[in-house]
Design a protein around this ligand. Structure first.
Ligand code: GLY
Length: 353
């Protein structure tokens, strides 16, 4: 296990005082790697243990990484207990579930996505069909539903009682906890709700994998920000923002507040930083730092000028090295490198109080 020289890292990344303020031992990150080179490896967000088990089972049988990750996340999309993804996902402010998803396939350098898709519980499968059975990369809303139905997907009500009751509670206690903003300037604090509030829940699953043939692919799928304005599209279906894969370099993706990734093109940045030689941990931390450094809106900052929301990143490179990072401490991601699913604590930018 190798530890990078933190001083060299800070110098090369021009890290600021905010980054340097984190105690030394908390930002040392091992160069984590798949001990058995050429063996498959997969990384996912914390809600993906079953997805990783499935993806690994398929890759061990020789499956392509994209087949593996899509089959993996389908389990989470089908699970009514996971309120962040697919069937049972928390709805928009009208009480309607709208799903976003995208895939990228390393070997063919192709990708596809769907956004604001209603009534279809596996948006990741529809995203894959957009890639394989259309000339487009992204199809949204009513068009995405019609495309899915043309390919035989059945419409169904995705709103479970659990998600409806959560929506009703939010509706009955609405107050300022929605996504509409009054006229304001970037210097106004206290405008709108904090994304860390209970009611402003968001969740997603990302899964990236390297298969036996050394090929990379990834998927991100989500119900998006709970109680969002209808038609809101997050980062998950946007290649470069919520996921990105370059078969020569690596694959990356994200969960958390999608608007931050849309503004910072985080996933493609992570892949490009890995291309420049950064480890997956380093590249993911740089994405966290970029989001924090570029935030100018006071409503999105705490008293110390740090962003008041969280974003998490996941990455693997072509060598089977893996890593992640979160803006705020306390989270874990999941890795499966053949020895079972393991939790790994995120390196982070700021320690939660
Ligand atoms: N990252 C998921 C979303 O913001 O929709």
């Amino acid at each position: 296990m190798r530890f990078i020289n933190r001083r060299a890292f800070l110098k090369t990344t021009a890290a600021t005082a905010a980054f340097a303020a984190v105690p030394l031992k908390e930002t040392l990150f091992p160069q984590r790697s798949n001990p058995q080179a050429h063996n498959p490896i997969a990384i996912a967000s914390g809600n993906g243990p079953k997805a990783l088990e499935k993806a690994m089972e398929l890759m061990r049988q020789g499956s392509d990484a994209l087949d593996a990750v899509v089959a993996g996340v389908n389990i989470v999309e089908d699970d009514p207990e996971d309120t962040s993804v697919g069937y049972g996902g928390l709805p928009n402010e009208d009480g309607i579930v709208e799903l976003d998803a995208a895939v990228m396939h390393g070997p063919s350098y192709r990708g596809g996505g769907v956004a604001a898709l209603r009534n279809i519980k596996n948006p990741s499968r529809v995203a894959r069909l957009v890639m394989e059975r259309s000339k487009h990369v992204l199809i949204v809303g009513e068009g995405a539903l019609r495309f899915a139905k043309a390919h035989g997907f059945q419409e169904e009500n995705l709103l479970t009682d659990k998600a409806r009751e959560a929506w009703l509670k939010w509706k009955e206690n609405l107050s300022t906890q929605d996504d509409w903003l009054p006229p304001h300037t970037i210097d106004d604090r206290g405008v709108g709700s904090m994304y860390r509030d209970y009611f402003r829940y968001y969740g997603t699953i990302h899964c990236s994998a390297l298969d036996q043939n050394g090929n990379l692919s990834c998927v991100t799928t989500t119900a998006g920000l709970a109680f969002k304005i209808p038609g809101r599209v997050g980062d998950s279906p946007i290649l470069g923002a919520g996921l990105y894969c370059d078969n020569e370099v690596g694959s990356a993706g994200s969960t958390g507040l999608g608007e931050a990734n849309l503004l910072n093109c985080s996933s493609v940045m992570i892949v490009e930083w890995m291309r420049q030689g950064k480890s997956p941990d380093e590249a993911c931390l740089l994405a966290c730092k970029r989001i924090n450094d570029r935030c100018r809106e006071k409503r999105l900052q705490d008293e110390e000028g740090r962003v008041n929301f969280d974003v998490k990143f996941y990455a693997i490179n072509k060598k089977g090295q893996y890593g992640g990072a979160s803006i705020w401490s306390g989270g874990e991601y999941l890795i499966h490198d053949g020895a079972g699913v393991r939790k790994v604590e995120f390196p982070y930018l700021f320690r939660r109080k």
